[in-house]
Design a protein around this ligand. Sequence first.
Ligand code: APR
Ligand code: ZN
Length: 236
Amino acid sequence: MSKISIKPDDHVFVLTGAGISAESGLPTFRASDGLWAGASVEDVCTPEAWQRNPWRVWEFYAERRAAGALAQPNPAHVALAELEAKLGSHFFLCTQNVDDLHERAGSRRLLHMHGELSKAHCERDCGRPPVEDRAIYQSLAEVGRCPCGGRLRPHIVFFGEIPLEMERIEEEIAKATLMVVVGTSGSVYPAAGFVHWARQYGARTVYVGPEPPLNAAAFTNVVEGNAGEALPGLFV
Ligand code: APR
Ligand code: ZN
């Protein structure tokens, strides 16, 4: 099986997508039985959807909270947490995922660029930060309000909104000598463009997943396989 060598002065930037949580039993988005086969983006993941029918949005994310609470980190999440423990400040993880499986596997040096299921934020721009919220709501009446009176919405970056912490992401990519991308189809920007940024900085770029992503040509090498089998023991 191929190995990825990491030198002492390497800085490793890892980007993960829904595929890394697939072996934990969580659905991906674009598989034939994926999340976007069962619900339409226009109904559950746009600012217009929220304005039109906030309960339909909460219903979708309450279901994903329930599924996420039952899921367990898989060996791929553990392998990345172990790599972080070894590399310390030379490691950075950016996930597109909104589940907390990376944290539950032990990852700490990470950020969620598309938000987090375990949080909610005010629907108004009142400036208050997101709040912890793991409730599995059964009706809109149960959903809390911000002290400003605004209704709480899932702390999820909807399509058409700007991903979180892009400055930090750009700083970390500028430092990277190795970018490892795991389990993402390369369908959504800016995340799908990170590999091109890394190449411009001269980094090696590796993709890990069972099928080539849309941006496969940008990777210096591809490790074909499921993350839970391919990641453990991959880094030497
Ligand atoms: N191990 C690794 N990769 C896997 C596995 C696995 N066991 N199973 C599936 N995959 C791969 C698929 O081959 C696919 O390339 O995971 C990828 C999942 O792609 P998508 O469903 O498009 O999910 P993702 O790329 O994370 O979507 C990006 O789109 O809908 C938005 O905000 C949402 O963050 C999400 C973004
Ligand atoms: Zn508010």
